[in-house]
Design a protein around this ligand. Structure first.
Ligand SMILES: Nc1ncnc2c1ncn2[C@@H]1O[C@H](COP(=O)(O)OP(=O)(O)OP(=O)(O)O)[C@@H](O)[C@H]1O
Ligand SMILES: [Mg+2]
Length: 254
């Protein structure tokens, strides 16, 4: 069985008029199904570049990347959620999901049931007929997550998806997305929040300053499903991990 994600000696530099800008690597990374990998690091350290490479939007300058044994093809295998939901404002909630199902080649007769299923999986079961401007920012981000799941991707990439939300909405969404990396799917999630990283990750990767290399690769072994979210956030184990990750992030910029 090929590894879900396999990056070997990957480096990426952007080409600009002033010359190449090294943004990422060299970096080796393997991710297995079921992992929820959270990437943290200073601004400009190459986190979004890593996601773009994983999504197949950018081909790395050097090194090899494979998803399930083949180079990533944008829109296939991989779902992406950005900081802003980037929905079609003129469509309804269900219409946005329907469009994604069409791109994913889901036959038309199957789309209404799949739409209902996807919306209910993100807690929006009854909002299908609303327009995008008639729902809140947190609900819009839920639609964006449902849309990213439309093609049943094995890999879900999330780039600071909750950064623009208020604290309470953010906590609720964090609790809901923890289960997205179960079964045969993996998630790679970028955040600036160490707290969010420890709460969500089964593994945390801290990137160095640009070009981003792996400064820390830390498995997080918290009893996340066995105890209520509040209890987890208040536990000494959680505080210790948060301290360890925060120190590693500080060390990248000193
Ligand atoms: N299209 C581009 N052309 C040239 N340089 C770029 C381009 N996109 C990003 N960069 C540069 O590559 C580096 C990494 O950028 P990237 O967006 O991956 O950082 P990041 O870790 O996601 O930052 P942030 O936390 O601010 O989102 C930065 O120095 C950035 O200026
Ligand atoms: Mg970024």
């Amino acid at each position: 069985m090929p590894e879900l994600v396999d990056l070997r000696a990957v480096e990426h530099a952007y080409r600009t008029k002033a010359g190449p800008v090294p943004a990422l690597g060299p970096l080796d990374l393997r991710v297995a199904a079921g992992e929820f990998v959270v990437v943290v690091g200073p601004s400009g350290s190459g986190k979004s570049t890593l996601l773009r490479v994983l999504a197949g939007f950018e081909r790395p300058s050097t090194g090899d990347i494979t998803l399930l044994g083949h180079p990533p093809v944008p829109g296939r295998d991989v779902g992406v959620v950005f900081q802003q939901p980037r929905l079609f404002p003129w469509r309804t909630v269900a219409g946005n999901i329907g469009a994604a199902l069409r791109w994913a080649d889901v036959p038309k007769p199957n789309r209404p049931a799949r739409t209902a299923e996807l919306l209910s999986s993100v807690g929006l079961g009854d909002l299908g007929t609303r327009r995008i401007w008639e729902i809140s920012g947190g609900q819009q981000q839920r639609v964006a997550i449902a849309r990213a799941l439309a093609a049943q991707p094995r890999l879900l990439l999330m780039d600071e998806p909750f950064a623009a939300l208020d604290a309470l909405t953010r906590e609720r969404l964090q609790e809901d997305v923890r289960s997205l990396a179960e079964g045969d799917r993996a998630v790679v999630f970028v955040t600036h929040s160490v707290d969010e990283a420890v709460f969500l990750g089964t593994r945390i990767i801290v990137l160095t300053d640009r070009p981003g290399r792996i400064a820390l690769d830390l498995p997080i072994d918290l009893p996340r499903h066995a105890v209520p979210a509040d209890e987890l956030r208040g536990s000494p184990q959680y505080a210790a991990l948060r301290g360890e990750v925060a120190a590693a992030v500080r060390a990248t910029v000193s």
